[in-house]
Structures are given as structure tokens and as C-alpha cells.
Design a protein around this ligand. Structure first.
Ligand SMILES: Cc1cc2nc3c(=O)[nH]c(=O)nc-3n(C[C@H](O)[C@H](O)[C@H](O)COP(=O)(O)O)c2cc1C
Length: 214
């Protein structure tokens, strides 16, 4: 039985995090169901120039991810399709990552709003007690956003802010290394093997040694 990870891309800045997570899941041979919110189309367009059209999703998502999706086990569901598979708990799924997660999507998931398929799928994953990772991207934050993050935590989600560390690649880290650091933490939370970033080896300054660095 096909049992995919669901990846929800919401309209926070940070679509490169979503690209890195999707690429790593597909590289690991995982099945993936993708939902891109209406607002995420704007951030995607702003940050990458890519437009995703529901009717041409394979070409458009392939262009965004920079890979041929011919052999990938990737299913795309329009965000307004509330009859889609991931809207039901009986639809098999390993779990879900919302990456990046807007304050709006955090709020909607926290209170069970289910205003679109992304929010409904996240609620379903939480109620089914499946692994759910939420990657908020906003700063500074309001009290209500903090309260929504606590509600998500208490509902069983891993709240994993898009907050890259510099200990893997050092102060000269590239943007891609920082993106991969966050994406690697998401894959760790999903317990999917990856080689996105170097792991701490218990040794200061290791990224400047011959074996160090991602
Ligand atoms: C270019 C752009 C960047 C944005 N960046 C953020 C952001 O970093 N964090 C955030 O919470 N919202 C951000 N927003 C606002 C969200 O897109 C907006 O709240 C939207 O309603 C989120 O809807 P969704 O959760 O259904 O995707 C941004 C919007 C635009 C157009």
C-alpha cells in the first residue's frame, strides 16, 4: 500500500526549505503527496519566479525542484480540493511536514480551522497521531503566534522553526548550507535518512578540519 509523506507548502517566506525537503524525501525513495497553498504560489513566484498551475503541476513543480519527476513517486493535490485523499484519516500517510509554515497556517492548524487542504491534512495527521512537523517562519512574533505554536506542540507536532545553526558549516556558510541545515532537521524529525548537512562530531572547529563540513 502506498503510504506517502504529505508535504504542505504554505505562504511564508522560505520556499527553498520546501524544495530541499521535497528533494531529500524523493532522493530517499519516499512517496510524497504535495499541497501548495494559494498564498504559497505568491511566495514561490516572488522567491523563485516559478508559477505552479494545477493542470500543469508536473512540469511546473519539476521546473521548481530542478528535477525530472518522471520516476518520482509524487502526487499533487490542489489546495482547494477538500475531497482529496489527505483530507481523510483513512487515507494512508506516514505523516506530514508543513514547510515553511505561515503564522496563518499555524493558527489554522492549531484551532482546527481546515480552511484549505493543507490545514485539513495537518489536522488529520494530528488527530491520527501521525508524525507532524511544522516549520514556522516569522520574526518577531506575536503572543498569539506563540500560543498557536504551544497548541501545536501540545497536539503532538514537532515545532521546528526555520532557524539554521552555523556549527555545521561555520561563519562562511552559504545560503544553501543554511537551507540544508533546516531541511536536514526536518528529515531527522521524520526519521528519514539524508546527507543534507554535517552532524556535530563532538569537536569544536571541526568544519575547518579535512573531514569536516557538509
Ligand atoms: C512575499 C510574501 C512573503 C510572506 N512571508 C511571510 C512569512 O515569512 N511568514 C508569514 O507567516 N507570512 C508571510 N506572508 C503572508 C502569508 O502569505 C499570508 O498570511 C497568507 O494568508 C498565508 O496563507 P496560507 O497559510 O494559507 O499559506 C508573506 C506573503 C507574501 C506575499
Amino acid at each position: 500500500m502506498r503510504t506517502p509523506w504529505i508535504v504542505g507548502v504554505s505562504g511564508a517566506s522560505g520556499t527553498p526549505y520546501a524544495k530541499a525537503v521535497l528533494g531529500a524525501l524523493l532522493d530517499a525513495g519516499e512517496s510524497v503527496d504535495l499541497v501548495i497553498s494559494k498564498a504559497a504560489r505568491l511566495t514561490l513566484l516572488d522567491e523563485t519566479g516559478a508559477s505552479v498551475r494545477d493542470a500543469h503541476w508536473k512540469d511546473d513543480v519539476g521546473a521548481w525542484l530542478g528535477r525530472d519527476l518522471g520516476s518520482a513517486d509524487l502526487t499533487y493535490w490542489p489546495a482547494n480540493d477538500l475531497a482529496a485523499g489527505p483530507s481523510s484519516g483513512s487515507y494512508p500517510a506516514k505523516g506530514m511536514a508543513v514547510v515553511p509554515a505561515s503564522t496563518a497556517s499555524c493558527a489554522g492548524i492549531a484551532i482546527g480551522l481546515s480552511k484549505d487542504l493543507l490545514q485539513r491534512a495537518a489536522e488529520v495527521n494530528l488527530k491520527e497521531r501521525r508524525r507532524t512537523v511544522v516549520v514556522p517562519r516569522e520574526t518577531p512574533v506575536t503572543r498569539s503566534h506563540l500560543e498557536h505554536l504551544i497548541a501545536l506542540h501540545d497536539a503532538g507536532a514537532v515545532v521546528l522553526p526555520a532557524s539554521p545553526g552555523f556549527y555545521g558549516a561555520g561563519a562562511e556558510a552559504t545560503a544553501q548550507q543554511l537551507i540544508d541545515f533546516v531541511a536536514g532537521k526536518v528529515l531527522d524529525a521524520l526519521e528519514v535518512p539524508h546527507s543534507l548537512s554535517a552532524r556535530w562530531r563532538g569537536e569544536l572547529n571541526a568544519q575547518r578540519s579535512p573531514l569536516g563540513g557538509p
